[in-house]
Write a protein of this length. Structure first.
Length: 259
């Protein structure tokens, strides 16, 4: 069984943390409707959606991906780079403890789940504005005993590694080369480049063999489809105003290993 942990949209999402985006008005009701459609699509793709209650005082808490990295035998609770987001992790740890052994990133390390891209037994981790080398080294030490390698990836111009690159097939990455060097992922990967007019288009969510993709980037979607990749489109335009993306809104893993 594939589990998808989600959380309701906070009424204060308009007060979210922003780094590269200018603040825009966010329609909370529309954001909630879009989030519900996102959850429905996860259900259609075979996930059991476990929705946590909204956190009214935590504006960014819908973006649960940043709070944890869930692997086959262990879940690593992060220490988010934005200090105001650190209260999001406790409730996530409580839920994930039902499924996995829990480990934790500690001060002075910082790590956001959006900076962690898993391909097989390798975790590519972005050294970004939200994740520092201390946090990445802690992750490296934690996961080594579980058979995972960690590769540090330099990220520039965007919030997280998965803003710049995401998995769209077993060995295929969707990438914005302006924000991350393709060579960071090794020589055997295949790459699909985003349309230059859509710089934020590199974030897609692979669920099993199915790809979820945001409605906002039609030109890059055509590139995916031209490469033989079918997509399931979802509108998350209000959540994107909060500097969020598809991968941000869920933690997906199988109930017994094979995250």
């Amino acid at each position: 069984m594939r589990i998808a942990i989600t959380r309701g949209v906070s009424p204060r999402i308009g007060q979210c943390e922003l780094t590269y985006f200018s603040r825009q008005d966010i329609d909370v009701n529309r954001a909630r409707s879009q989030h519900a459609q996102y959850e429905n699509l996860l259900t259609d793709l075979g996930c059991e959606v476990r929705r946590l209650p909204e956190e009214p005082d935590l504006p960014d808490s819908v973006f649960v991906e940043d709070t944890a990295i869930v692997l086959d035998d262990v879940a690593v609770i992060t220490r988010p780079g934005a200090s105001l987001r650190r209260n999001e992790t406790q409730s996530i740890a409580e839920v994930l403890s039902e499924y996995r052994t829990i480990k934790q990133i500690t001060d002075p390390g910082t790590l956001d789940g959006g900076d962690v891209l898993r391909i097989g037994r390798t975790l590519y981790v972005g050294n970004s504005v939200r994740s520092n080398i201390t946090g990445i080294k802690q992750l490296m030490e934690i996961v080594a005993s579980y058979g995972y390698d960690v590769e540090v990836v330099e990220v520039k111009g965007c919030l997280h590694l998965k803003s710049a690159a995401s998995l769209v097939g077993e060995e295929t990455l969707l990438i914005n080369r302006s924000w991350v060097d393709a060579d960071s992922f090794g020589g055997s990967r295949e790459f699909i480049e985003i349309d230059p007019s859509e710089p934020y288009a590199a974030n897609a969510l692979l669920v099993g063999d199915e790809l979820m993709y945001p409605q906002s980037f039609p030109r890059t979607r055509l590139r995916l489809e031209s490469s033989g990749i079918g997509v399931r489109v979802v509108d998350v335009s209000e959540l994107q105003k909060a500097e969020g993306a598809l991968t941000c809104c869920s933690l997906i893993f199988t109930e017994e290993g094979q995250a």
